[in-house]
Design a protein around this ligand. Structure first.
Ligand code: GLU
Length: 260
């Protein structure tokens, strides 16, 4: 039996560079494929939590004002774009018979025991009701000190708060390589990482793309956070979200992180 077959509650994170075209506008074909695949996971009896970036990019595309040049503009773009994102997710998931729920978090919610417990209750209740929580950072009010520093980190805390069985990070790379594949064509994909130690952290390259904030370093930090709680994680290439079916069928794809 594959690891995946035993995972009932799954958190899936998808980043801005995977959700949007290079123009910054939403990649509708990819989002549609993602929604269809996650709907199938639900139909098979799994519980799904989606951590979606893309609010700022969608806001930039919708307003046509160009990339934000200051924090206030970024927060405003996120406010516009978050509506765009949720409108699309709500429409597409409801086409497949599923109900979505928006949850926006800042790091201070996680750090405050009472607020964290409230968030845990909300996730638990939504999942018991059969909804698909869709989570993002509350970028419109998030500032230095209460931010997660990107959705890779956010997704790790969401996995903890939801008591997830698995975290899947859908990225624009195939997984963790032993050296930077953009510079070294001979770089090898590492299929299985047992524990994230300093040697593994050193394999992370630089930052990601202009549209996303994460690179491999934040993904490895996220892996470290969830592994400490005993939750395994995958990094997969989200270019074709149907790659998730490969896991469903028990095939190995991407990089799998586990404690042992
Ligand atoms: N929360 C940001 C957004 O929705 C993205 C942060 C990230 O890409 O890590 O645009």
């Amino acid at each position: 039996m594959s690891v995946f077959s035993e995972c009932k509650r799954i958190v899936i994170k998808i980043g801005s560079s995977t959700l949007t075209h290079e123009t910054g506008s939403l990649n509708l074909r990819r989002i549609e494929a993602l929604v269809k695949t996650l709907s199938d996971f639900k139909n098979e009896g799994r519980q799904v939590v989606l951590v979606s970036s893309g609010a700022v990019s969608a806001g930039v595309a919708r307003t046509g004002k160009g990339r934000p040049t200051c924090t206030a503009e970024k927060q405003a773009m996120a406010a516009v774009g978050q509506c765009e994102l949720m409108k699309l997710y709500s429409k597409l998931f409801s086409d497949f018979g599923h109900t979505v729920a928006q949850i926006l978090l800042t790091k201070d919610v996680i750090d405050n025991p009472a607020r964290r417990a409230a968030a845990e209750d909300t996730f638990g209740t939504l999942l018991a009701m059969g909804c698909i929580p869709i989570v993002n950072e509350n970028d419109s009010v998030s500032t230095e000190g209460i931010n997660f520093g990107g959705n890779d980190t956010l997704s790790a805390y969401v996995a903890l708060v939801c008591h997830a069985d698995l975290l899947i990070n859908l990225s624009d790379v195939d997984g963790l390589y032993d050296s930077d594949p953009r510079r070294n064509p001979g770089a090898k994909l590492i299929e299985h990482v047992k524990g994230v130690d300093e040697q593994i952290l050193a394999m992370a390259g630089g930052a990601g793309t202009e549209r996303g904030t994460g690179g491999m370093a934040t993904k490895l930090q996220a892996a470290r956070i969830v592994l400490e709680a005993g939750i395994p994680m995958y990094i997969l290439n989200g270019k074709e979200p149907t790659i998730l079916y490969e896991l469903l069928d028990g095939r190995h794809v991407g990089t799998y992180f586990s404690t042992n």
